[in-house]
Design a protein around this ligand. Structure first.
Ligand SMILES: Nc1nc2c(ncn2[C@@H]2O[C@H](COP(=O)(O)OP(=O)(O)OP(=O)(O)O)[C@@H](O)[C@H]2O)c(=O)[nH]1
Ligand SMILES: [Mg+2]
Length: 326
C-alpha cells in the first residue's frame, strides 16, 4: 500500500478562481454563437451555474475519493496516521470537503431553478451575483480543511510502502551493526550501506521468495526504544515492527561496534517485550575474535537463544520453518 496517488490540494482561492474562470468561458462561448437567440442572457447564466458546479464537484470528489477511507486502513497505517498527523483533524477536514460538495450542489440546484423561472433581466443578474457569493463563501469556509489536507497528503506521501498481508521479518539492532548489509544478503536489494551510524534514514524494504512464499524484510533505523523520543522515521519503524512483524531478526554486532555487549543485550531484552518471535544474527563474526563470539554466544544461550545465526542462508531456513508452522 502506498499513498503516492493522493490528489494535490490547492488553496481555497484557486478553486474559486478556476470555477468562475471556466464559468465565464462557457458563458462567453454561448453568447458568441451566431444563433444565440433572445434568451441568451438566461442561458449564459445557467451555463455559468452548471459549469461552476461541475468544476468544483470534479475537484472535491477527486479529493474525497483519492483519500483512503481512514477507518478501513490496515492497523499499521492507522497508527502511523495517529503518530504523525492529527487524526481527528484529518477526519474533520474530509468531512468539511464533503459538506462543501453537498452545499455546492444545493446552491447550484436552487439558483438554477431561480434563474430558469426568472423573467426579469435585472433580477437574473442579481441571482447570478448572489450565487457567486454563496459558492465563494462555502469554499472560504473550508480553507483551513483544504490546507490541512495538503499537509496530510505531503506527510502520507512519505509513508513507507508496506505490504501488510505478507509474512514480514523486521531487522533490528543498534546503528551501524550491519542491519542493511544483512537485508542485502537476504534479498539482494542494494540500499545505502556505510561505515557510520544512522546511515539508514528511512525504512528499507526488500522482498525475497522463500519456500514459495513472498517474504517482506524491513530494515529499521534507530533503536526502536522510547517511542516518545523517536523521530518520525523511527516511529514508522517501531509501528512497522509492532503491527507488521511476524518475526524479528536482532542483529548483534560481534565485532567492535562500540556499544559493548551489555547495551546490545539490554536492547535485545527490550525488543523481546514486543512479544514477537525473535532470532539473533551475529554480524561481523569474520572480523571478531573467536573468544568474543563464544562469550556472546554463551550469554545469549543463558537468555534462551540457543542458536545464533551467522550465515544468512541458515536464517532463511529458519524463516521457511516459521512460515510452514504458521
Ligand atoms: N566485516 C564485516 N563488516 C560488516 C558486516 N556487516 C556490516 N559490516 C560493515 O559495517 C558497517 C555498517 O553496516 P550497515 O549495514 O550500514 O549497518 P546498519 O546497521 O544498517 O547501520 P545504520 O543504518 O547506520 O543503522 C559497514 O561498513 C558494513 O560494511 C560483516 O558481517 N562483516
Ligand atoms: Mg542501515
Amino acid at each position: 500500500m502506498n499513498f503516492q496517488g493522493l490528489a494535490k490540494i490547492e488553496k481555497h482561492q484557486w478553486y474559486i478562481d478556476l470555477a468562475f474562470r471556466n464559468a465565464n468561458k462557457a458563458a462567453k462561448e454561448l453568447k458568441s454563437q451566431k444563433r444565440a437567440g433572445p434568451n441568451v442572457i438566461k442561458r449564459a447564466d445557467l451555463a455559468k451555474v452548471r459549469m461552476v458546479n461541475r468544476t468544483l464537484k470534479r475537484h472535491f470528489d477527486l479529493i474525497l475519493t483519492s483519500f483512503p477511507s481512514i477507518d478501513s486502513l490496515p492497523e499499521f497505517y492507522q497508527e502511523l496516521l495517529r503518530a504523525t498527523l492529527d487524526y481527528a483533524m484529518l477526519k474533520k477536514s474530509l468531512g468539511a470537503v464533503s459538506w462543501a460538495s453537498k452545499k455546492i450542489d444545493f446552491f447550484s440546484e436552487s439558483f438554477d431553478r431561480k434563474i430558469r423561472r426568472c423573467q426579469e433581466f435585472k433580477r437574473m443578474t442579481s441571482y447570478s451575483r448572489e450565487y457567486h457569493g454563496r459558492i465563494a463563501s462555502v469554499i472560504k469556509q473550508i480553507s483551513g480543511a483544504l490546507d490541512y489536507l495538503e499537509i496530510t497528503r505531503k506527510v502520507m506521501k512519505g509513508y513507507p510502502s508496506v505490504k501488510t498481508k505478507l509474512f514480514t521479518v523486521c531487522i533490528a539492532g543498534f546503528p551501524n551493526v550491519g542491519k542493511t548489509t544483512l537485508l542485502s544478503k537476504l534479498t539482494g536489494s542494494t540500499p545505502e550501506i556505510a561505515d557510520y551510524a544512522f546511515t539508514t534514514r528511512e525504512i528499507n524494504i526488500g522482498y525475497e521468495r522463500i519456500n514459495n512464499h513472498k517474504v517482506q524484510f524491513i530494515d529499521t533505523p534507530g533503536t526502536l526504544a522510547r517511542f516518545n523520543k523517536m523521530n518520525p522515521i523511527e516511529k514508522q519503524a517501531y509501528l512497522a515492527v509492532k503491527y507488521c512483524a511476524d518475526m524479528i531478526i536482532f542483529v548483534f554486532d560481534a565485532g567492535d561496534a562500540g556499544y559493548g555487549d551489555d547495551a546490545q543485550f539490554k536492547l535485545l531484552k527490550s525488543l523481546e517485550s514486543m512479544g514477537k518471535n525473535m532470532v539473533v544474527y551475529a554480524s561481523k563474526t569474520d572480523i571478531a575474535e573467536q573468544n568474543v563470539v563464544s562469550t556472546i554466544q554463551a550469554k545469549l544461550k543463558k537468555s534462551g537463544f540457543e542458536i545464533i545465526y551467522k550465515d544468512p542462508k541458515d536464517l532463511k531456513s529458519n524463516i521457511s520453518k516459521q512460515i510452514s508452522e504458521q
